[in-house]
Design a binder for this molecule. Structure first.
Ligand SMILES: NC(=O)c1ccc[n+]([C@@H]2O[C@H](COP(=O)([O-])OP(=O)(O)OC[C@H]3O[C@@H](n4cnc5c(N)ncnc54)[C@H](OP(=O)(O)O)[C@@H]3O)[C@@H](O)[C@H]2O)c1
Length: 258
């Protein structure tokens, strides 16, 4: 139970990694604070956390809004009296268009949710994290490792998020707060299942073939599941990683080496 009785705030709790993060933190012994805009989903995930024997507080939050984030930070502290970890996972799909023609406002939107929101939320929780000797994990992406066409806007936002994590590690280290990054590649969850079904229909092949082709590009010949990515986050939040800060841990079954 590497997170026994720790309090972890998770921003961007959706059906994929966000849910996995909440459940793996709970399995590791943590109580959680769940944030995203859709209250019904937060409630569903909170029920799953409760079934694991841990507490969950839900706070409907728009991470691009200062007042909303302040309410999240205040509620976390009022509910538990402490915060030991923050995971910034909120994510809005940026335009998948070449940079030569992409709408600049859409690129700006990717920065708002993907990078600036993580800075906003982290700043609000720094006093609590400094008090607990806590840590922050930013959820990044394997887009850091390639420059494929149409991923430019996503890569720009995630590159900013990586820089943010590294600079915050330097700024907050003297207060005893660690800041790290996890960069998943594929995550084998509903979104990807839907996408592989879509690709299969388009190409007239079974979705399994699309999976096998993707898996063949990884050393382990399979795609990581949300819990497996979340476990890397649990490690970085835990005392096992007490000397690790400013680092990026890639979780991709060996698709990219870094
Ligand atoms: N899925 C993949 O294959 C993959 C691969 C590599 C990296 N990643 C990274 O992993 C993270 C999680 O991705 P996921 O696909 O698994 O997502 P997810 O956990 O299923 O959902 C992310 C959630 O972020 C929330 N969000 C979006 N805008 C928000 C806002 N303004 N305020 C608060 N919450 C907001 C959305 O919930 P609401 O709409 O309810 O707010 C959404 O459900 C992301 O950082 C992503 O870049 C994903």
């Amino acid at each position: 139970m590497v997170l026994e009785d720790r309090v972890i705030v998770i921003s961007g709790v959706g059906p994929g990694l966000g849910r996995g993060l909440a459940l793996q933190c709970a399995r590791a012994g943590a109580d959680v604070v769940l944030a995203a805009r859709t209250e019904s989903r937060l409630t569903e995930v909170a029920e799953e956390v409760t079934k694991l024997g841990r507490r969950a507080v839900t706070v409907p939050t728009d991470v691009t809004d200062e007042a909303s984030c302040r309410r999240l930070a205040d509620t976390a502290l009022e509910s538990y009296g402490r915060v030991d970890g923050l995971v910034n996972s909120a994510f809005a799909i940026p335009p998948l268009t070449d940079l030569g023609s992409v709408d600049l406002d859409a690129v700006r939107g990717g920065f708002e949710v993907g990078a600036l929101a993580a800075l906003r939320l982290t700043r609000l929780l720094v006093p609590a994290l400094a008090e607990s000797g806590g840590s922050v994990v930013m959820i990044n992406s394997a887009v850091l490792r390639h420059s494929r066409r149409t991923f430019g806007a996503y890569k720009m936002a995630k590159a900013a998020l990586l820089s943010l994590a590294q600079s915050l590690a330097t700024e907050l280290g003297p207060q005893g707060v660690r800041v790290n990054t996890v960069a998943p590649g594929y995550i084998w969850a509903d979104n990807l299942r839907w996408y592989f079904n879509h690709l299969g229909r388009k190409r007239g092949v079974p979705a399994q073939q699309i999976y096998d082709e993707a898996a063949a590009t990884t050393d382990l010949r399979r795609l990581p599941e949300p819990d497996e990515v979340a476990d890397a986050v649990v490690f970085l939040l835990s005392p096992l990683a007490r000397a690790v800060t400013g680092q990026c841990l890639d979780v991709n079954c060996g698709e990219w080496h870094h």
